[in-house]
Structures are given as C-alpha cells and as structure tokens.
Ligand binder design. Structure first.
Ligand SMILES: C[S@@+](CC[C@H](N)C(=O)[O-])C[C@H]1O[C@@H](n2cnc3c(N)ncnc32)[C@H](O)[C@@H]1O
Length: 511
C-alpha cells in the first residue's frame, strides 16, 4: 500500500511480533508524516535523542534472530528512495505487512518449513523413534531419545520464558517510542518555529535588500545628476578658461607692443621734448603777442578816455564790440578826414564813441544800420542816454537777398540806406558771421556808388579767414579800394577809395 509522507521500504521488513510490527510501523508512519521527506529522515537518523530508541528497536528485532526491521538502516536508506514529499511503503503497517514472506531460519529458507511445523514434526519423529525402540527392546536407545526430547522441551520452555521477557521489553520500547515521538513533536515544533523565524528573517532581509536597492537607485540618480552638473560646470569653466586665454593673448600682444615701443622710448622722448620745446616757444610768442596786444588795447583805451569825456558810463568795449584800438583808429580817421557822413553797418558801443568824436569835431553825422530791432533799440537807448540823438540816427534794415550774382548770403535791405550818398567813412561791423558765409562782402559792392571821393572803408574782424577772402575779392573787383597799412594783428582793416586818376599801388600808409 502507499500513503503520503511514508518512505518506500527497501529490502525485507521483518518484525518479530505483530505488536512490534504495528508499533514500529505506526511510529514510523506518524513520524514520517509529521516530519515529512528525506531531510526529516536524516534528522531522525542523526538526532541524538531519537537514535537510541530507534537503535533499541533494531536491537530488539535482531535478538529475535528473524531479521527484524532496522529503522535506522531503513531511514538512512530511505533518504535515497524518497522523491519529494510523497513516499510509498508496501504492505499493511497495521497488519504487520502480511504480504512479506516469513523466511527467518535455515529450514524456512531451505524447505519452507515453519518453526511450529518443524517442532511438531520433530516431536512426532521422536515419539515414533521411542515407540520403535521400545517395541524392539532397544531400551537404551529409547531412553536416550527421550532424554534428548526432554532437553528440547526444557530449551523450548526457556525460549518461551525469554519471549515473555522480550514482550515486556517491547512495552518498554513502545513507551520509549512515545517519548521519542513527543521529543520529535517538540523537535518538529521547534523546527517549524525556526523555519518560520527563518522565513520572517528572510522576508525581512529581502525587504531590506529591496530598500537598499531603492536607496542605491536614489543615490545613483543623485550621483548621475551631480555628475551631469559637474560636467556642465566643467564645460562652463573650460569656456571661461578659453576666454581668459584669449584675453591673455591680447595682453601678451599688447605687452609685446609695449616692449618693442620701450626700445626706442628714449628717442621718442627726445622728439617729444623737442616738440614740447617748440610748443613752449610758440606759446611764449603767443603770450608775448597777447601781452603786447593787451598793452596796446590798454594804451588805446587810455587814449580814448583822454580824447572823449563821456557824459555818462560808456557801454562795454568787450564781447561783440570793436576793440579799443579799432575804436581809436576810427576816431583818428574822423579827426583827420572830418567826414560829413559816416555810415556804420552793425550798431553798438562803437556807435557812441563815433557820436562823441563827431560831436567833438563839431560837424558830420552818423547813420548806423542794424538788422536786429532789439540791438537797434538798445543802441538808440545808449544814444539818448549820452545825448547824441542830434548826431546819430539808428535805422533797422532787415536782411534780404543781397541781389549779387553768386552770393547766397542775405544782406541788409538796401532800400533802407539808398538815400545815403557821399559817404566819407563806411564802418563795416555787420551782419554777424552767423548769418552766412562772406556776410560782409556785399557792403563795398552795393555801396560803392554811394561812397564819396577818398572815402575810407573800415572792416572789423579782418583777421578772420572769411573777412580776408572778402578783402581779396574787393581788391579784385574794386581796384580803387586801397588797403592802408595797419599794425599787424589789428582786427580793423582800413581801405581808402582813391580818387579817379590817382590810382594807388594797392597799399598806402597808415591813416
Ligand atoms: C559786431 S556787432 C556790432 C558791434 C558794434 N559795431 C560795436 O562795436 O559795438 C554786429 C551785430 O551783431 C548784433 N549783436 C550785437 N551784440 C550782440 C550780441 N551780444 N550777441 C549777438 N548779436 C549781437 C547786432 O545786431 C549787431 O548789429
């Protein structure tokens, strides 16, 4: 038969008595069922508590002399026979394995005669021998056989007695089996508890491993992010280093230039010192000229106030006005030429000085022209303040087309001064240069026919390039205008209109 958790028996299984077989089989089955499998059989075979009991069974079986079942040997061999958790065993453990042949002694082995039959046969043979011997009168043979028979009976009785003692041992063995069973139960429970503990520990270990794996994943992700960050920073730093290297190269180039420049630095310093010396000399000359001019202006100013005694404060000769030397020159011309009509283009402080000069002279009049009504009114005020209204007339002539071919800059409205004829002195100090190029060129040209014989034309700001050009064109277009010699640096250029038939060489002496 087969049943779960029982190892398949190998080889003959013989137990001496039915009780022994039943106890052994029951123990064996229950133990195998509880512990299950070949591994448990190992435990059972090697367990120090279980071994004596099992060995005791084997010993009991062997002493019967019938080849008892050895659980130790059987359990050891069943380690190799069990496959998985399902084993099989032949025979009925509860009935002492009746399907097993009882071949336990030489007679049984040789002729298949059982012990009981052999004893019965021997008794019959003995009785027959004793009866034949008695019938033949062989008393000594009969007595001898009877003595052997008596000895055999005694041996049989001793055997029965030993068997009864053995039965008592079997009960003790059954008790031992129960003890072993309990111990094995405890062992199984401990093993199950240990297995559960191990399972829990393994589960904990697995959970811990899973946590560790997760943590390592997080660490790996962080490390990768850090690595990428570090790589990006390294790339950034590399770009910076390259930029610094380029900048360094520029500086190195600059240093090379400086180094090469330092080579002829002494020479260049000499050149610079020479140029500085020249500049200093020119500066000295300019300062000398400025000082001389300042002195001349001061002297002229002193002379002006010696010559003219203003009735009230004079307007300033600074700024846009004629400078003192120019005013002094005009007053000298007035004194020498005694003009009947003086015409001034561009009114201002000079107007007052000329008015006083004419007043001192006692003859002549001044007509001053201004394109700007504001400045004209300002001059009128000064004229009234100084009581010169009888001698000085202020007119306003707005700037209009000059009516000269090739000349775009506007000039005074000529109709305002068309009535002025026989001009003895023409003072040209307007329009201002801000009105356009060659602003004063039209004056001599448009008023040429209104100038009297020997008239004097005085042009202020004659040192400026524009006015130099004006003078040059006048001399080309009006040859009778002769430039008078004036001190170099003076702003007032004086020209004289030479009478016809008395053409000058171009430059006459200072007035
Ligand atoms: C050079 S200013 C004439 C100055 C005048 N002959 C004198 O000696 O006082 C020529 C014209 O400039 C204008 N002007 C005068 N003073 C000025 C000023 N301070 N700023 C701007 N224009 C001025 C007036 O219209 C004047 O007719």
């Amino acid at each position: 038969m087969s049943f779960p958790c029982s190892p398949r028996r190998r080889g003959p299984l013989r137990l001496t008595t039915r009780r022994q077989r039943r106890a052994s089989a029951g123990y064996y089955r229950s133990t195998m069922c509880r512990l299950g499998g070949a591994g448990v059989a190992h435990e059972l075979a090697g367990h120090p508590a279980a071994a004596p009991a099992v060995t005791g069974i084997a010993r009991a079986g062997r002493t019967e002399g019938r080849g008892a079942y050895d659980p130790v040997v059987h359990l050891s061999s069943s380690v190799h026979d069990c496959r998985g958790s399902h084993c099989s065993i032949r025979g009925d453990p509860g009935l002492g394995f009746p399907d097993e042949p009882r071949l336990s002694n030489p007679l049984e082995v040789m002729v298949g005669l059982t012990r009981e039959r052999a004893i019965a046969g021997a008794a019959c043979v003995t009785a027959v021998v004793v009866a034949v011997a008695a019938f033949l009168g062989w008393w000594h043979v009969a007595l001898t056989v009877m003595a052997f028979a008596q000895a055999a009976v005694i041996v049989a009785l001793l055997d029965v007695r030993r068997r009864m003692a053995r039965s008592h041992d079997v009960r003790k063995i059954a008790g031992s089996f129960k003890s072993v069973e309990r111990r094995l139960d405890n062992l199984g429970a401990r093993m199950l508890a240990a297995a559960e503990t191990s399972r829990v520990e393994v589960a904990d270990k697995l959970a811990e491993i899973a946590r560790t794996v997760e943590e390592r994943k997080v660490v790996e992700t962080t490390l990768r992010a850090n690595l990428e960050n570090v790589a990006a920073k390294a790339e950034d730093n590399r770009a910076k280093v390259e930029a610094w290297a380029a900048e360094l190269e520029v500086w190195r180039h600059g240093l090379d230039v400086v180094r090469s420049g330092v080579g002829d630095l002494g020479k260049r310093v000499d050149v610079a010192l020479t140029e500085a010396e020249k500049d200093r000399e020119q500066q000295d000359k300019r300062q000398d000229l400025a000082a001389a001019r300042y002195i001349r202006q001061s002297e002229a100013l002193i002379q002006l106030y010696e010559w003219v005694r203003p009735r009230c404060a004079m307007p300033s000769l600074g700024g846009w006005a004629l400078d003192p030397t120019g005013v002094l020159t005009l007053l000298e011309i007035v004194r020498r030429r005694q003009p009947g009509l003086v015409v001034e283009l561009g009114s201002g402080t000079s107007t007052i000085w000329l008015g006083y000069a004419l007043e001192q002279l006692g003859s002549g009049r001044l007509v001053t022209i201004d394109h700007d009504e504001r400045f004209a009114e300002q001059t009128r005020t000064h004229v009234r303040t100084h009581g010169l209204e009888e001698l000085v007339e202020v007119r306003v002539a707005p700037l209009v087309d000059a009516d000269l071919p090739g000349h775009a800059t506007r000039w005074y409205d000529h109709t305002v001064m068309a009535d002025l004829t026989d001009i003895d002195l023409l003072v040209i100090d307007g329009p201002p240069r801000s009105t356009g190029s060659m602003a004063r060129y039209p004056a001599a040209v448009r008023l040429r026919d209104q100038l009297g014989d020997g008239a004097v034309v005085a042009l202020d700001d004659a040192t400026r390039p524009d006015e130099r050009e004006v003078v040059q064109r006048w001399r080309e277009e009006i040859p009778e205008l002769v430039v008078s010699a004036v001190p170099p640096g003076d702003a007032l250029k004086v020209l004289t209109l030479q009478p016809s038939g008395d053409r000058p060489s171009g430059v006459e002496q200072s007035p």
